[in-house]
Design a protein around this ligand. Structure first.
Ligand code: FDA
Length: 398
């Protein structure tokens, strides 16, 4: 059914995308007295917020700062992040009485449900007199003064047009390449995009050897492309996941290795020698199991490590154990792609945008915010913090 916008069809601001960034921008612009229309093609707003953090939305990170972001320009995000900090969002959460807790590493989650965050945003939109329309795809845009849009809620014009349509990840939830395609249609450069914060797939032989370890989780240090993350990995039927691998996936280049230290913080060779001197009869697999779990230790001894008592291990054997564990080097075949990725790496080139306002330099009154921009956060609440901060920045200017 086609909805119509009953008020006159000219708006100060039209925002395409009612996700985290779009709603934050709408709230800020509405508070400044701008007439704001938000359009989303989905049947409800904030679908990714609802599914995030396992249903509890990891809505920010207390330590969010530029060092937690990837971009072709590592300085671009600094301005917006410094003008809307995690504490600004926390203050909003507290004003609405949303109960939350720190899970680990500064990651803040709702106690109850992600629905609390969506409800908070919609209440703020109401208070700022923002109009939000769902099931409202945009068919055509002609930029100009004003911009003219052909939409499912009729033809609308606006002075400021904000693109907040996110990235490609999870197409099933309504993700599209709309923002990227629109940027290209304006001649704006786009940094190459790929799935990030995503599980990796191992080759068929390794899957066969390790597939039955699916579900086992280990504390590791995983490195790729010069970045290292100390968190858990998780064996899956197809490969590896868990926070440590998801983080590293953002730095991993196709064809490259992931280097996984299975004994982080420990000099494994020295440890084996030290225990060997005291307990020569101890089986290597028992020693490895202290960190690796019994199942993984047994498999490593079947595949790569000598399955003998420590007293029978020579220096070459100890070297073999270290080679298999510190790091364990894997060469992923690929990633699970946008089907399961939390974010899209790359996007609208920040060189085209003002870091203060998120406005396009060469297209007056056009803005890009949130994940569609080439700014990608680490796992742990940083991507929402970027959505809030970039939405806030544009909201002061539109
Ligand atoms: P977002 O994708 O949220 O919103 C875009 C909106 O645009 C959507 O409502 C969509 O329907 C709409 N849209 C798309 N195409 C359109 C079109 N053609 N026309 C009209 N509307 C269109 N981050 C984090 O910090 N903490 C977390 O806990 C999680 N957890 C998490 C779990 C899962 C499963 C995923 C997939 C992602 C996360 N993330 C996350 C990442 C986070 O969800 C993401 O970075 C932000 O939602 C990005 O906000 P945006 O507003 O930019 O895009």
């Amino acid at each position: 059914m086609t909805q119509t916008v009953d008020r006159e069809q000219h708006w100060d601001v039209v925002i395409i995308g009612a996700g985290a960034a779009g709603l934050m921008c709408a709230i800020e612009a509405g508070r400044r007295g701008r007439r704001v229309l938000v359009l989303d093609h989905a049947n409800r707003v904030g679908k990714k917020i609802l599914m995030s953090g396992g249903g509890r939305c990891n809505f920010t990170n207390m330590y969010s700062g530029p060092e937690h972001f990837l971009s072709a320009n590592p300085h671009f995000m600094k301005s917006a992040l410094s003008r809307f900090t995690p504490w600004d969002f926390i203050a909003l959460v507290e004003r609405h009485g949303v109960a939350y807790h720190e899970k680990k590493l500064g990651q803040l989650f709702c106690d109850r449900s992600s629905k609390d965050i969506v409800a908070l945003l919609l209440e703020e939109c109401d208070a700022a007199d923002v109009t939000v329309r769902t099931k409202a795809p945009v068919h055509d845009i002609r930029t100009g003064e004003p911009h003219a849009l052909d939409t499912a809620v009729g033809a609308v014009t606006c002075a400021s047009l904000v693109i907040a349509t996110g990235g490609y990840s999870i197409p099933k939830m309504g993700a599209t390449g709309f923002g990227i395609d629109f940027a290209r249609s304006l001649g704006i450069a786009v940094q190459p995009t790929r799935a990030a914060l995503v599980p990796v797939i191992l080759d068929a032989r390794t899957r066969e050897r390790l597939g039955d370890l699916a579900g086992v989780s280990l504390d590791t240090e995983t490195a790729a492309g010069g970045a290292t993350f100390r968190e858990n990995i998780l064996f899956t039927h197809r490969g590896l996941s868990g926070p440590s691998v998801l983080q590293a996936s953002s730095y991993w280049q196709p064809g490259g290795p992931l280097e996984i230290d299975l004994f982080p913080g420990l000099d494994l060779a020295a440890h084996i020698r030290e225990v060997r001197a005291r307990r020569p009869g101890l089986a290597l697999r028992t020693l490895l199991a202290e960190r690796l779990t019994r199942r993984v230790a047994r498999r490593w001894c079947e595949l790569w490590c000598p399955d003998r008592p420590l007293g029978e291990l020579g220096d070459a054997d100890v070297d073999a154990v270290v080679r298999a564990c510190q790091p364990w080097t894997v060469w992923p075949e690929g990633t699970e792609g946008y089907r399961t990725a939390e974010v899209t790496l790359g996007g609208v080139d920040t060189a085209a945008l003002s870091s203060k306002t998120m406005a396009c330099r060469d297209h007056p009154g056009v803005y890009f915010i949130g994940e569609v921009v080439d700014v990608t956060g680490h796992l742990g609440g940083h991507n929402f913090q970027w959505a809030w901060a970039s939405g806030h920045a544009a909201g002061q200017h539109v």
